[in-house]
Design a protein around this ligand. Structure first.
Ligand code: FES
Length: 141
């Protein structure tokens, strides 16, 4: 092998190594590290119960339906009230409707702050649900 041939081979080999190194670094640095799964709670203690709704997601004067079962209304910066979302007429699911709560089945409406009937055919108020505020979230009491 001539001196020129040896230099050509070494240069080509080094260029190949550098390319591999850049490829490995580039691929690794662009890919985010895989997320670690949360480990199960130690000692078999139950997982924390999530709030019905976060106060951050419930501006004052608004209501939120929680999985179609409970309606939470924020009445002030520090107070909330909650009601069953089951219409007292025939059991359809009541939903927030602007400033009141409405039943899509036959048109009953309820006061979002008290659960009182505003318009029939329902004649009984929504059942109250006891809730409390803790750590910025609304929980069942
Ligand atoms: S079930 Fe709600 S108005 Fe009839």
């Amino acid at each position: 092998m001539t001196e020129l041939d040896r230099r050509t081979v070494l240069a080509a080999a080094c260029a190949g190594c550098a390319g591999l190194a850049l490829t490995a670094c580039g691929g690794g640095s662009d890919s985010p590290a895989p997320a670690l799964a949360e480990s199960p709670s130690a000692g078999g203690s139950p997982a924390p119960i999530p709030p019905l709704v976060s106060l951050a997601d419930l501006p004052v004067g608004t209501s939120a339906s929680v999985r179609g079962r409970v309606i939470v209304t924020r009445t002030s910066q520090t107070d909330v009230v909650a009601f069953s979302a089951i219409c007292t007429h025939q059991g359809c699911t009541v939903e927030p409707d602007k400033s009141s709560l409405g039943c899509p089945c036959h048109g009953s409406s309820y006061d979002s702050r008290t659960g009182a009937v505003l318009g029939g055919p329902a004649s009984r108020p929504l059942e109250a649900v006891a809730v409390l505020i803790r750590d910025g979230g609304v929980y069942r009491a």
